[in-house]
Ligand binder design. Sequence first.
Ligand SMILES: Cc1cc2nc3c(=O)[nH]c(=O)nc-3n(C[C@H](O)[C@H](O)[C@H](O)COP(=O)(O)OP(=O)(O)OC[C@H]3O[C@@H](n4cnc5c(N)ncnc54)[C@H](O)[C@@H]3O)c2cc1C
Length: 307
Amino acid sequence: MFDVRSYRKAASVGQALTLLAADPEARPMAGGTNALFKLRRGSEAFRSLVDIAGLPELPGIALDPDGGLRIGAGVTFRELAASPLVAEKARCLAEAALAMGGPQLRARATLGGNLCGGGHCAACRRCRYPRCPAAMVGADGPAPLLALDARAEIAGRAGKRLVPLGQFWTAPSRTAVARDELLLGVVIPAASLGAPGSGYVKYAMRAAMDTATFGCAALCRLDGGRIAGLRLACVMAGPTPRRLPKAEAVAPGRLPDAATFAAMAAAAAGEAAPRADWQGDVDFRLHIIRRQIEALLAAVARRAEDA
Ligand SMILES: Cc1cc2nc3c(=O)[nH]c(=O)nc-3n(C[C@H](O)[C@H](O)[C@H](O)COP(=O)(O)OP(=O)(O)OC[C@H]3O[C@@H](n4cnc5c(N)ncnc54)[C@H](O)[C@@H]3O)c2cc1C
């Protein structure tokens, strides 16, 4: 049984914002794959729902006039994974979209829901929190978008604002989107698009339908056979999705070889702060972080060399 106290279907973003403002208990629901999961497990957080699925302002993947890529919050993971534009311009995001869940989940789950409350906390297996937080743990969307330097477009009743994704996850289970606001979409700047050295790696306990034990995206640019720039972003190496600046700082000017990748992976493990939970203890997670990052860096450097 779903213990729903109220359900309202919004016809526009404006109406959804009005409904959210009118009821302090109300929460938006997009695909519902996370919200209904938590409700089913006894969470009180989603008893008052404002359904935003299918709002005309939220879909769409398109280049904007200055060459950036805009992806609506209502875009599903199936649409992301199938988009030729995403595959060509943001390969790490296309790979993350395909790594997410399974076909049924991807058909329903939206990017907005993933960034605002995707994944589920480790406690979800036995979750009886009186007010389940909209946990932002182990989701596949954040790392590639962080590596791509994307900004979130957020709408409130006072208007719209853009927030760099580096400032989007403010604390565990908290985002820059206030309870009575909506994420409209993300914008990836033109300068981040089309890098051939782009990729995503996910380590999970199961091959499908599982949130990441560790997920990492990388963007690598070579110049004259040396690394000119490298961005690394991940989930599950700390309480919120994050870039790994100390590991990134190792790369510039170095050869894209095993020694560089090992040094970067060691720096990443040094700045990571993974937690211990049912998926693994801290040592196991640090081992996974090192190995996955080394493998990812080798793959993206090869792609950059082959381009
Ligand atoms: C069995 C199972 C496997 C899963 N596997 C994965 C996986 O492999 N990878 C992964 O990343 N996730 C996984 N998930 C988690 C989840 O399905 C996804 O993260 C999904 O993208 C959530 O999107 P949704 O549209 O269904 O969000 P919803 O459930 O509708 O909403 C989730 C949260 O986001 C908020 N929200 C939604 N849209 C907006 C918006 N536009 N503005 C503001 N707030 C908003 C809601 O209020 C809620 O707090 C899994 C879930 C299950 C049940």
